[in-house]
Structure formats: C-alpha cells, structure tokens
Design a protein around this ligand. Structure first.
Ligand SMILES: Cc1ncc(COP(=O)(O)O)c(C=O)c1O
Length: 474
C-alpha cells in the first residue's frame, strides 16, 4: 500500500457515509445525543468519526484490517518492522516496552532524568533500575542525557542487564549519540529501548538528527501528537529485530490499554503519518528556517543566551529554542510568566531557561511577537534566582515496585529525609521525578522540590499536592 493512502481515515469516512442506525457505544448517536454546546462548537463530523470497533473498522488489540494496514504504513515510513498505534501517549509505549523487556529483579540501565512514565513502568514491571550519573550543561544548568561512555561503564559493572534505555532527545532537544549507545547495548545482545517522545520529526530532513529507528533502536516510542499534528495522546511504538519480542510488546499493550480506543486518535495517527510521508522534509525545512531566524533575532537581545551547541556526543533539535535568562538576573519561570502576559505561551520553564517549540506554519510575525515578549521579560527587575540543581540520584534502597507496594505511612516532608520514598514526585513539565519509589529521600531532593514549588511550578504525582507531607515506606 502506498503512503498516499490513509486506510483508517478512509474506512471511517466510508462507514460514516453508510448511514447505519447506531444501537451501540459511544452513546452520543454520532452527535445527535451529544451535549449541544459541544455539537455546536465541534460540529457533527467529530462525532461521526468517533466510532468504535465496528465491522470494517478493525480492532486495535488484534489488528488484521485497516488498523494493521495503517500501522504497516507507519512502520514502513519509519524504516521499522512493526508499528503499534498508541492512544495513551508515549506513556503507554514506554510502559509496554519496559514490561516486555524486563521483569521483577531484572536490571535496566537508564538515565536518572527520565520521564515519570518510566518510573511508572518500573513499578509495573518490577525491574531494577541502574541509574546513570546525572551530568549538567554549565551555564544553562540543564541535566544532559548520559553519554555512550556512561552506558559502557554501567554495562561493565552490572550483570544481568535486560534492557538499556535512552531518552532521545530530552525536553531541551538534546540528542545523545544514539548509534554509539546502541553499539554498547547490542554488542552485549541487550535491546536498546528509546523514549523518542520528542523525536518524531527526527530523520525527516538532513539538518535534523537521525530518527531513533535509524540509529539502531530495538524499540522506540514517538509522541506523534507532540510535533506532527496528531491529536493529543496519539503516539506510536516502533519495533525492529528480535531482541525484543513483538508478541510480548503486544501483550503488554493489551494489559495497559483501554478496551475502548478512540478512533479519533487512531485516525489522527494515520493522517499524520500520511502528511509526514508527503511533506515531512519540507515542513522541517520551513521550521528550521523560521527557527534560524528566531535564533538570530533573539541572540540580539542583551541578557538572553540561546542554546546552540552542547559538545561532543550530542546534537540539538534545531526546531526547539532554549532561552537562558541567567545573565539577565531573572528566572526562567518569571520570564515565562511575563511572556505569557504578552500573549506568548512557552512549552516549559525552569529556574534559568524557557523552552519553546517551533512548529510547521509558525510565521515570521509570530517570531517578532516572541522577540517582543522576551524583551518585555528583560525589563523585569533583577532578582536573586534561588536555583538548586536537579539532585544526583540518591541510593536506591528498594526496587520501585517493592517500595510502591510496601506498607507506607505519611510523614511531614522534613521527617521523610533519610527514609525510603513510596511515591513518584515530579515537577511538570518536564515530568522528571525528583523522588522515585525505593529511593532514599535526600535533603537535596527536598530542597529542590521546595524551590520548585516556591517558584510557582506544578509538581505532579505526590499524594499531598502541597508537598507538606510525603508517603514513605514504613
Ligand atoms: C521525555 C518524555 N518522555 C515521555 C513523555 C510522555 O509522553 P506522552 O505525553 O505522549 O505520554 C513525555 C511527555 O512530556 C516526555 O517529555
């Protein structure tokens, strides 16, 4: 089948045109029984396409028809052997590949600065994490993905490793030398699993870093919704080779995925794949041109540094902007707030930086508005930015699953220091846990969380959203 086809979208359109009288879920009667305010806002066609596993529309959990064809086209475009469509974001793909790769007590080598979906995957699978040391990029004060050498050292030091995990790229667009990481893993016949949630545009233009699948990843997950126009939550998992069993991945996905997958999300994956196949290269070229223009304009703003290089072993996603406000004496959080008041919404802020995504169809006028918003941020009075570093990984005293399931109690946060965390606590975005179940709660981690909350940032995962207390293993 050719990439110009869109089998799932075509099947939905065909089905909707047949005029069946529905006596089945979803219960909005293809829009007639939908809440009127939504029908007026969204129109009838959204509801007409919100179908379910009906004859001719296949079954996500056991695809043999149009979903299988659509997944086949996505795999072919990515140069992978299989693609699995996901309706719960990269989160579901990350969990499925880790559950498939490692069971209770089996080791996984991974960066400490992973997304909280990885922490959840460790709880679900029971695997034992071997965390790589956290390194920072000076000035920008951002944690870097571990270089290939860190994987080599960990793999020499630890036996029984069942999977190697990499993030490619991270939230700041920093992409490690993934072929070199793949070599470390695969020379020991260990599968490389890649969180490429932010990497769906990679490999689509010569100026983009190569795609995870093309770098030798055995499995890679891409959030198509993040950068390629699919609806929020739509993602795919790509698989190649036989180090990770496709049957096990499929079973793991059945375990964690809804039995009512949204066909709107699935159709958006099919359509996004078609669009990427037809225009991925030219879309990336246009984004890179606008990004280069933005970099040139922003680097003329005194007090702002634009991340432009990281050093050997790393490349940068050219379609992301990381603006550092350190020299201006204001925090990234404060800068993002002022920018928001000027009508510009950023992707993320941290103590020193603001991260912005450039997307297909961003226009020069919008970059000019961004520059004015940054200039407005720069007029803010200087502040003393209290900015602790992301903490080093404390000792792991229990596997995340054991700690999650162990009897626990709630204590005031200061009393939690030195005890074993029973919960996942992650400032979001970027959703990287400062505390993981099974880790000793360090003074450094508590101080970091304090500073994040004082800066007004959201913190996810904790039982007590105000973080006055923490759940620790009894
Ligand atoms: C690095 C990373 N991995 C995984 C995820 C989860 O992706 P999703 O939101 O598609 O579930 C995110 C979300 O922001 C992320 O930043």
């Amino acid at each position: 089948m050719r990439q110009t086809r869109c089998p799932l979208v075509e099947a939905l359109k065909r089905y909707a045109a047949k005029g069946f009288t529905p006596f089945h879920t979803p219960g909005h009667l293809q829009g007639r029984a939908a809440p009127p305010m939504l029908r007026r806002w969204w129109g009838r066609s959204v509801f007409a396409a919100d179908l379910t596993e009906l004859p001719g529309l296949d079954d996500l959990h056991n695809p043999s028809g149009v979903i299988r064809e659509a997944e086949g086209l996505a795999a072919k475009l990515a140069g992978a052997e299989h693609a699995f469509f996901l309706v719960n974001g990269s989160t579901a793909g990350i969990q499925a590949m880790l559950i498939a790769a490692a069971g209770p007590g089996e080791r996984v080598v991974l960066p400490r600065t992973v997304h909280r979906s990885v922490a959840a995957a460790l709880v679900l699978s029971g695997a034992e994490p071997v965390f790589l040391p956290v390194r920072w990029l000076a000035d920008f004060e951002i944690p870097l993905p571990p270089p290939p050498a860190a994987y080599r050292i960990a793999l020499k030091e630890h036996d029984g490793v069942r999977a190697v995990f990499a993030v490619y790229p991270d939230y700041y667009g920093v992409a490690v030398d993934l072929p070199a990481v793949a070599l470390e893993a695969q020379s020991r016949d260990i599968p490389l699993l890649v969180d490429a949630a932010h990497g769906v545009l990679f490999g689509r233009h010569p100026d983009m870093p190569p795609a995870a699948a093309g770098c030798g990843a055995d499995a890679a997950v891409e959030s198509v919704h993040k950068r390629a126009g699919a609806l929020t939550q739509a993602a795919w998992l790509l698989l190649q080779g036989n180090r990770l069993s496709g049957a096990r991945v499929r079973s793991a996905l059945r375990l964690i995925t809804t039995s009512s997958p949204s066909y709107l999300l699935l159709a958006s994956l099919d359509a996004a794949r078609r669009h990427l196949a037809a225009a991925g290269g030219s879309l990336c070229r246009r984004i890179i041109e606008v990004a280069n223009y933005a970099r040139a304009e922003l680097s003329r703003c005194p007090g702002v540094r634009v991340l432009s290089a990281v050093g050997a072993s790393y490349r940068l996603d050219p379609t992301r902007l990381v603006l550092n406000f350190r020299a201006a004496g204001i925090s990234g959080f404060a800068a993002a707030r002022v920018m928001h008041r000027s009508g510009v919404a950023a992707e993320m802020a941290d103590f020193h930086n603001v991260v912005l995504l450039l997307l297909p169809r961003h226009r020069v006028q919008e970059i000019k508005k961004l520059v004015r918003a940054v200039q407005a941020a720069l007029t803010q009075p200087r502040e003393r930015v209290k900015a602790p570093r992301f903490p080093q990984a404390p000792p792991v005293r229990l596997c995340p699953r054991e700690a999650w399931l162990a009897p626990s109690r709630t204590v005031p946060i200061a009393e939690a220091i030195g005890r074993v965390s029973a919960e996942i606590v992650a400032p979001a975005p970027p959703g990287v846990p400062v505390l993981l179940p099974g880790e000793e709660v360090s003074e450094e981690a508590v101080a970091y969380l304090d500073a994040v909350r004082a800066a007004g940032a959201a913190v996810h995962g904790a039982q007590d959203p105000e973080l006055k207390t923490l759940r620790v293993v009894r």
